[in-house]
Design a protein around this ligand. Structure first.
Ligand SMILES: *Cc1c(COP(=O)(O)O)cnc(C)c1O
Length: 397
């Protein structure tokens, strides 16, 4: 059989693109000045960071003064949630609303706040992995400080009704934060029209480097600092700027947001081809709503196989995929996202996520679909669990 290498784990991270690398390179060895320095080499870099800030803001429908560069998606989430909680607790508001299937950067932050006297409501996401805006409204209380709901789920790719949730929050005068790390470059985002007060994004999910991200904070919101020190980022986030990273992030954001319609048009049919092809296998299911779904996300459960073994076999065939979130590997429990859909452990354990890059082709899809059925056959042939399921004639999905 032909051999290829197909990277289908773009929800975990992406390679830095040529255009992004090229934009960054001068800032390592030529334009290395500290943006806070007074001489020309410093001032040049101060200007470059300002320019990058304006470009990132433009991609979100925000003002330049509303964008703060951070060390990535996790930091942005921590900052938005912990520091809003700190500030509003002083006004007696100690309640936060989130969902059960957030990224751990949000979930673990909320759990931390629970240990420090906050009450947190974790909204259910139903069997399709979608949050009902009516549930958000019903959960809002007098003392609600913040609603934080992710824009698109990193494991199952479902896109949440963010504008509707934002509108509800604003009608009740509650701050609204969204972790949009998976949505930026896949969904058209306009923070003003969509009633978003704070938004987290990360560079390495959109072909910029790891370790750089941004937090949008709507003008007028007094968000205290998470990181104290120097006066960088308009005094709100200390630390000498990651200038090459910031330049790369701006370039990547421009390319990603300009390419959304084309990416959706190209990847949606390939995603659907993969989903339909895999669902031909007996006892399989699609995880997450099909319609409100990122154009590059395939997440299926295959009964009778074990996710990790499936990944190793696919790797052998040159296919890099994931079985849930990268952060959950190393733990024996199936991912909290799959369990939140109501899947039983046996079904959640046999899950496979393929997250496609913009360069994924129809040939790649055909290759993946030629490999998966044989790999599944082989794994099922070795599985005592599959044997007993077949003997008893049970159907788990
Ligand atoms: C990757 C990811 C993060 C974390 O971003 P980092 O830049 O890796 O810290 C947060 N939220 C979601 C939804 C993600 O996919």
């Amino acid at each position: 059989m032909e051999h290829r290498y197909i990277y289908a784990d773009n929800a975990a991270t992406t390679p830095v693109s040529d255009a992004v690398l090229e934009a960054m390179l001068p800032y390592f060895q030529t334009n290395y000045g500290n943006p806070s320095s007074i001489y020309a080499k410093g001032r040049e870099n101060e200007r470059a960071v300002m320019d990058a800030r304006a470009r990132v803001a433009a991609c979100l429908g925000a003002q330049p003064g509303e964008v703060f560069f951070t060390g990535g998606g996790s930091e942005s989430d921590n900052w938005a949630i912990k520091c809003t909680a700190d500030r509003l607790a002083a006004q007696g508001k100690k309640h936060i609303i989130t969902s059960v299937f957030e990224h751990h950067a949000v979930l673990h932050t909320c759990e931390y706040l629970e240990k420090h006297g906050f009450a947190v409501t974790y909204l259910p996401v139903g069997d399709k992995g979608l949050i009902d805006p009516a549930d958000v409204e019903a959960a809002i209380r007098e003392d609600t400080a913040l609603v934080t709901i992710m824009y698109a789920n990193n494991e199952i790719g479902t896109i949440q009704p963010i504008p509707e949730i934002g509108e509800i929050c604003h009608a009740h005068k509650v701050l609204f934060h969204t972790d949009a790390v998976q949505a930026v470059g896949n969904v058209e985002i306009d923070v003003k029209a969509q009633h978003i007060d704070m938004l987290s994004l990360s560079g390495h999910k959109l072909h910029a480097p790891k370790g750089v991200g941004a937090l949008y904070v709507r003008k007028g919101i007094q968000l205290p600092n998470l990181i104290h020190g120097g006066g960088q980022e308009m005094g709100r986030r200390a630390g000498t700027e990651n200038v090459p990273g910031i330049i790369g992030l701006a370039k990547a954001m421009e390319i990603a947001t300009a390419g959304i319609p084309e990416k959706i048009a190209r990847l949606t049919p390939l995603r659907d081809m993969l989903i339909d092809g895999i669902l031909q296998i007996d006892q399989t299911r699609l995880n997450g709503d099909r319609e409100h779904r990122l154009c590059g996300n395939v997440n299926v459960s295959i009964v009778g196989v074990e996710g990790e073994s499936l990944l190793l076999m696919l790797d052998h065939f040159g296919i890099a995929a994931s079985s849930g979130s990268a952060c959950t590997s190393g733990s024996l429990d199936p991912s909290h996202v799959l369990l939140s859909l109501g899947l039983i452990h046996e079904v959640a354990h046999g899950s496979l996520r393929l997250s496609l890059g913009s360069d994924f082709t129809k040939d790649d899809a055909a290759y993946v679909l030629s490999v998966i059925p044989q790999v599944v056959d082989r794994l099922r042939a070795m599985s005592p669990m599959w044997e007993s399921i077949c003997k008893e004639g049970r159907r788990l999905v």
